[in-house]
Structures are given as structure tokens and as C-alpha cells.
Design a protein around this ligand. Structure first.
Ligand code: B1M
Length: 250
């Protein structure tokens, strides 16, 4: 398949992802007990049904469930299931984007409530696609998956230079710096960012995760990253592991 064809296919997948599917069968969510409703929400998240997720979140909150319980039991657990099937090649990018968008609809309701109750995020991440590179589909998936895993995420977008990364790190003081690159010509820029952090004596303040199709584990360690993540599910798992390991040893 030539490059133009591949790109066309990928762009079509993205536009499919933007259209939410119609609700399937008419399950009366309000008639389910809490555990049945939570299980149904896992299915709805898997199917990318944003309206059902919003309805389920509202029902659980009206019944007195705490926002962090709804987040963890219904959304994060549902997204974990999506992540496993994505990693295992059962779900593909369009389905994962739909699930991530459905999760975001639910999170939009919970976010202000979580801020009120002071529920602590698992950790925080500044992420961006590096300078010279405008590919962002994979990076967006990683950011969504990290949010689903309970991280606060600041997404700097595409074409991000070292100064922009440094400014955001200084402003947000995250646990993790995440960088994405899809081109063999832009992946070396990750080293420029890491070297800049080293020069400024800031390297050890952050866990650095890198990813993108042309990278591999060897490249990640050669540039001084803490881990290379092959996909969004691995990124979320690795982020959780490395943040908790760092807190344990601190
Ligand atoms: Co471009 N492109 N593209 N492209 N594009 C590739 C990457 C390419 C492999 C196509 C090819 O030749 N077969 C090729 C790169 C060749 C190379 O460097 N060796 C290429 C090229 C050459 C180009 C241009 C130079 C074309 C041109 O203008 N002549 C140009 C470059 C522009 C630039 O960036 N300066 C270009 C432009 C574009 C579009 C704008 C048309 C579009 C991007 C749209 C967008 O992103 N909004 C595009 C697309 C869509 C692709 C392909 C077809 C698909 C990329 C994608 O979205 N994959 C791609 C071919 C391919 O990869 N098969 C191609 C799906 C996505 C979910 O996967 O991004 O790998 P991925 O992300 C994964 C993991 O890698 C990982 O998790 C993600 C989810 O599981 N991951 C991370 C990614 N980032 C991470 C960060 C982390 C952790 C994990 O941090 C913690």
C-alpha cells in the first residue's frame, strides 16, 4: 500500500471516530442496580456510547455514589478493559477513540466534583508531539488513556519545541514528561529535549516516557528516556508503575 493510501485510510478512520454511534438496544439503565449498571457502563464504554455513559454517571451520582467511586469503578475500570483489548489487537484505533471520547463525556461531569472533594489524581503528565512533527492521533490516544487511568494531563499539542516543554514542566511540575514522534526525522529531537533538561540539572525531576511508531526500546534507552511505550495501553500501565515506584522510594 502506498503512503497516500495509508494516510487516506488513517484520516478516514479519524472521521469515523468523530461520529458517535446510535444507541443500540434500549436498556433502561435506571432499572439496573449499582453493580449491574456499572457492568453495563463497561460495555457501553467499550462500544463508545457517550450518551449512555453520561446517563449512567448521572444515575450513579443521583443514587449517592461518590464521584471517585464512579470514576474508578465505572470509567477507569471500563477503560482498563478497553486498553487490554487494544493491546491484544482485539480493538483498533477507531473503537478506542470512540471509547476514549465516551469516557471523556463521563469525566466532564465528574471532573468538577472530583476537584471539590479533593480526590487525588494518580499523577500528572505533560505530553506533546515533538518539534517538526504534526502527527497527533497516537499522542491524543495516549493522553486520553492516561486521563482514563486517573492522571492529570497537560497536552501541548503538536510541533512542540524544547522551550515549550520546559515552560510547561516549570509551570505544572508534573511527575511525567511524555513525548511522541512519528517521523524518523523528528525522533532525534526527543534527545534534544532530554539533553536540555540534563544541562539545566532538571533531568531527574521527571519520569520521561517516549513513544511513536518508528521508536523502539533501544532508541528510548539510547536517548536517556525512562521507558519507551509501544502503545497507549502500555503508556498508561508504565506511567502508573513508574509513578508508584518513585513515590515508594521517595
Ligand atoms: Co504521516 N507519515 N506524514 N501523516 N502518517 C507516517 C508516519 C509514515 C510512516 C507514512 C509512510 O511513509 N508509510 C511516514 C513516516 C516515514 C518515516 O519517517 N520513516 C509519514 C510521512 C513521510 C509524512 C509526511 C512527511 C508526508 C509528506 O508530507 N510528504 C508528513 C509529515 C508532516 C509532519 O509531521 N511534519 C505526514 C503527514 C501526515 C498527515 C498530516 C497526513 C497525517 C497525520 C494526521 C494527524 O496525526 N492528525 C499522517 C498520517 C495519518 C500518517 C499515518 C498513515 C498514520 C499515523 C497514525 O496516526 N497512526 C502514518 C503511517 C503509519 O503509521 N502506518 C504516517 C495511528 C496511531 C494510533 O498510531 O501514532 O503510532 P501511532 O501511535 C501509537 C504508538 O506509536 C504509541 O501509542 C499510540 C497508540 O497506541 N505512541 C506513544 C505514540 N506516541 C506516543 C507517546 C508516548 C507513548 C506512546 O509517550 C508517552
Amino acid at each position: 500500500m502506498n503512503e497516500a493510501l495509508q494516510m487516506n485510510e488513517a484520516l478516514q478512520m479519524t472521521s469515523i471516530a468523530a461520529d458517535e454511534p446510535e444507541a443500540g438496544d434500549d436498556i433502561d439503565l435506571a432499572s439496573l442496580d449499582d453493580s449491574e449498571l456499572t457492568a453495563q457502563m463497561h460495555d457501553d464504554l467499550y462500544d463508545g456510547l457517550g450518551e449512555e455513559i453520561v446517563e449512567g454517571v448521572n444515575i450513579l451520582l443521583e443514587r449517592g455514589c461518590s464521584a471517585d467511586k464512579v470514576l474508578n469503578d465505572a470509567l477507569v475500570e471500563g477503560m482498563r478493559i478497553v486498553g487490554v483489548d487494544f493491546r491484544d489487537g482485539i480493538l483498533f484505533v477507531p473503537e478506542v477513540l470512540l471509547a476514549a471520547n465516551a469516557m471523556k463525556s463521563g469525566m466532564a461531569i465528574l471532573r468538577p466534583l472530583l476537584a471539590e472533594t479533593g480526590a487525588k489524581p494518580v499523577g500528572s503528565v505533560v505530553i506533546g508531539t515533538v518539534k517538526g512533527d504534526i502527527h497527533d492521533i497516537g499522542k491524543n490516544l495516549v493522553a486520553m488513556m492516561l486521563e482514563g487511568a486517573g492522571f492529570d494531563v497537560w497536552d501541548l499539542g503538536i510541533n512542540t519545541d524544547a522551550d515549550e516543554f520546559l515552560t510547561a514542566l516549570n509551570e505544572h511540575k508534573p511527575d511525567i514528561l511524555g513525548m511522541s514522534a512519528l517521523l524518523t526525522t523528528t525522533m532525534p529531537y526527543m534527545k534534544v529535549v532530554i539533553d536540555t533538561l540534563v544541562e539545566k540539572g532538571l533531568r531527574d525531576d521527571y519520569i520521561i516516557l517516549v513513544g511513536g511508531a518508528p521508536l523502539n526500546e533501544e532508541f528510548g534507552s539510547a536517548i536517556g528516556a525512562d521507558a519507551y511505550c509501544r502503545d497507549a495501553a502500555v503508556a498508561a500501565e508504565t506511567a502508573k508503575e513508574l509513578v508508584s515506584a518513585r513515590r515508594f522510594t521517595a
